[in-house]
Design a protein around this ligand. Structure first.
Ligand code: GDP
Length: 333
């Protein structure tokens, strides 16, 4: 999912990241539309190939964020979209035909912050607060070519400090396995040091020294988006579709989805409890026999499921606490 106000280069970045042109038919909204409009979700699917493996990638764009005066609507739409995908998965998982389940859960949210802000703006903080317990947020500084190297450094430091101060849990990179080779460990260290990623995007291909590169042509030179000295674009790409794709999916399943599932089951259980109260009174009124209705059976099943889940969550919390202090506070049951 990509989130951020219009014009920050979200579509250009997505096209550059996945070497496609997802947004060629896009219509730019006029001012009147922007004032009235709430965020609308745009979903596009593309197939990419990474090291011989075909991946089906779904991009969820939230084009109007920040344009409409009432931001509350924008927040609600993004949050509701994520919940809806969890709900669908929960329903499919409880159904009989699990073999053909489609996983449309949002595994990562690229959150774009503007380069001209001095840190994270209030509007972005509010949005992140609503999303951080539902999805893996990866913060991206847009249009980094408009900042000098020292400005980028300063902005990154302020963003990290703000996230900590407001207790926003963005995606935490896991520890690198000690068995990995030195080259991989070095790559991992550089990746962690680069977050939040300062990126430059371009949808034009230019020729530089006989090589074709994706870049932005300025009167004084060319910004090559894949050059690590110019931007963190390549690090972000590697992380998303290679080194951390599985971990993003695992954290979605083990932390965010389990949170959602636990809430759902607790609601079902409370509802069933209320229903059972009613049915007990009715049956006692008849002939004092305890009648096991379908609701009772469902309740017993759900009670059992909650008990199992609670055990599982306790184990997970202990495991997470031991391996990564930062993850344990995300689990909020
Ligand atoms: P969106 O509304 O967030 O999807 O933004 P777009 O991708 O449509 O980009 C808006 C404008 O910003 C376009 O003119 C892009 O060429 C330009 N743009 C995109 N990425 C960058 C970047 O990294 N640096 C600069 N300077 N401009 C960019």
């Amino acid at each position: 999912m990509v989130v951020g106000e219009s014009g920050l280069g979200k579509s250009t970045l997505i096209n550059s990241l996945f070497l496609g042109d997802l947004y060629k038919n896009r219509k730019i909204t006029d001012v009147q539309d922007r004032i009235e409009k709430t965020t609308t979700i745009e979903k596009k699917t593309m197939e990419i190939e990474e090291r011989g493996v075909k991946l089906r990638l779904t991009i969820v764009d939230t084009p109007g964020f920040g344009d409409a005066i009432n931001c509350e609507d924008s927040w609600r739409v993004c949050s509701a979209y994520i919940d809806e995908q969890f709900r669908q998965y929960f329903t499919d998982e409880s159904g009989l035909n699990r073999r053909h389940m489609q996983d449309n859960r949002v595994h990562c949210c690229l959150y774009f912050v503007p380069p001209w802000a001095h840190s994270i703006r209030q509007v972005d903080l509010e949005m992140m607060k609503r999303l951080h317990r539902k999805v893996n947020i990866v913060v991206v500084i847009a249009k980094a070519d408009s900042l000098t190297s020292s400005e980028i450094k300063r902005l990154k430091t302020r963003i990290l400090a703000d996230l900590e101060e407001h207790q926003i849990q963005v995606y935490q990179f896991p520890e690198c396995d000690s068995d990995e080779d030195e080259e991989f460990k070095q790559q991992d260290r550089e990746l962690k040091a680069a977050a939040p990623f300062a990126v430059v995007a371009a949808d034009t291909v230019l020729e530089v020294g006989g090589k074709r590169v994706r870049g932005r042509q300025y009167p004084w030179g060319i910004v090559d988006v894949e050059n690590p000295r110019h931007s963190d674009f390549t690090k972000l790409r590697t992380m998303l579709i290679s080194t951390h794709m599985q971990d993003l999916k695992d954290v979605t399943q083990d932390v965010h989805y389990e949170n959602f599932r636990a809430q759902c089951i607790s609601q079902i259980s409370q509802h069933a409890m209320r229903e059972r109260g009613k049915l007990k009174r009715d049956s006692m009124g008849n002939n004092n026999e305890v009648v096991f209705t379908d609701t009772d059976r469902l309740l017993l099943q759900k009670d059992e499921e909650i008990r199992r889940m609670q055990d599982m969550l306790t184990q997970m919390q202990e495991k997470l606490k031991a391996s990564d202090k930062k993850h344990d506070s995300i689990i909020d049951v």
